[in-house]
Ligand binder design. Structure first.
Ligand code: ATP
Ligand code: MG
Length: 259
């Protein structure tokens, strides 16, 4: 049984891409078959996994979605890259912004990505979709294709309003197109445990959402070692195997597996 998880927050720079790469590779290290999909025209996931010129890649998520929109044939492995840490990647690049625009006038515009994912689901245990920092059509496609949503939230200050807007969008997608969609959990990222306000943020989150939404007990600490991986093309497990961020992502992986 394959689980499709969209990693979403319309706020930028909260650790979506870093979490997608390191949770994905974490799941692979536990023996699961994993596909990561870069659904961001910035191509940061593609770039951070070592494919340094996303815009130069010919076959990407944009190509595949374009073909589905035009009812063209797509072969099962089309566009998929095999990363040396064992995961598969469907890269993304700037052409996705063109897709974002053309989707607006499409018939069944919300379900294009789901139709594609349905054709490859059986090949994987986990498919993680790294979303762009917006709630536009490509992100709505990811929410429509997903079984669950994982929401990274930066612990520096709490943009509760933004979170409420995201939860409303998720609820709307659930009501209108994807009734099975569940919230996997809220993940606190870039946590600097020194200042006291982090404790306040954590307890505010628990007060606001406890019982309604899972908040992962594992948080991801702030560390320059994590920031470095974006330029290294490899996961935190290879870049800094004994560091606190590698341990945190490993524990998060366990939490995701056990549910
Ligand atoms: P965007 O919204 O632009 O897609 P994002 O939510 O995907 O951003 P990331 O790209 O994962 O966020 O992270 C933003 C920046 O913070 C990157 O430079 C990344 O290397 C860095 N970063 C991620 N996690 C950590 C961490 N735990 N500690 C320190 N820096 C981090
Ligand atoms: Mg990103």
């Amino acid at each position: 049984m394959c689980k499709v998880t969209a990693i979403v927050n319309q706020k930028g720079g909260v650790g979506k891409t870093t979490t997608c790469a390191n949770l994905g590779i974490g799941l692979r290290r536990k023996g699961y078959k994993v596909l990561l999909i870069d659904a961001d025209p910035q191509g940061s996931l593609t770039d951070s996994l070592g494919y340094c010129d996303p815009d130069g890649i010919e076959n990407t998520l944009a190509t595949i979605m374009g073909k589905f929109m035009n009812d063209e044939n797509v072969t099962q492995n089309e566009g998929i890259l095999h990363h040396n840490e064992g995961i598969d990647l469907l890269p993304g690049n700037i052409e996705l912004s063109g897709i974002e625009v053309s989707l607006v006038n499409m018939m069944s515009r919300e379900t294009i990505l789901r139709r594609y994912i349905d054709t490859i689901r059986e090949c994987y245990d986990y498919i993680l979709i790294d979303c762009m920092p917006s709630l536009g059509m490509v992100t709505v496609n990811a929410l429509t294709a997903a079984d669950t949503v994982l929401i990274p939230v930066q612990a520096q200050y709490l943009p509760l309003k933004g979170l409420e807007q995201l939860l409303k969008t998720i609820a709307k997608v659930r009501r209108q197109i994807n009734p099975k969609l569940e919230i996997e959990g809220i993940l606190l990222t870039m946590v600097d445990t020194r200042p006291n306000f982090v404790k306040d943020i954590v307890s505010l989150l628990h007060d606001t959402y406890d019982g309604r939404i899972k908040i992962y007990s594992q948080m991801i600490p702030l560390s320059v070692r994590a920031a470095e991986t974006s330029a290294e093309g490899k996961s935190i497990y290879l870049h800094d195997p004994h560091g606190k961020v590698a341990r945190a992502y490993e524990a998060l992986t366990e939490e995701v597996i056990t549910g």
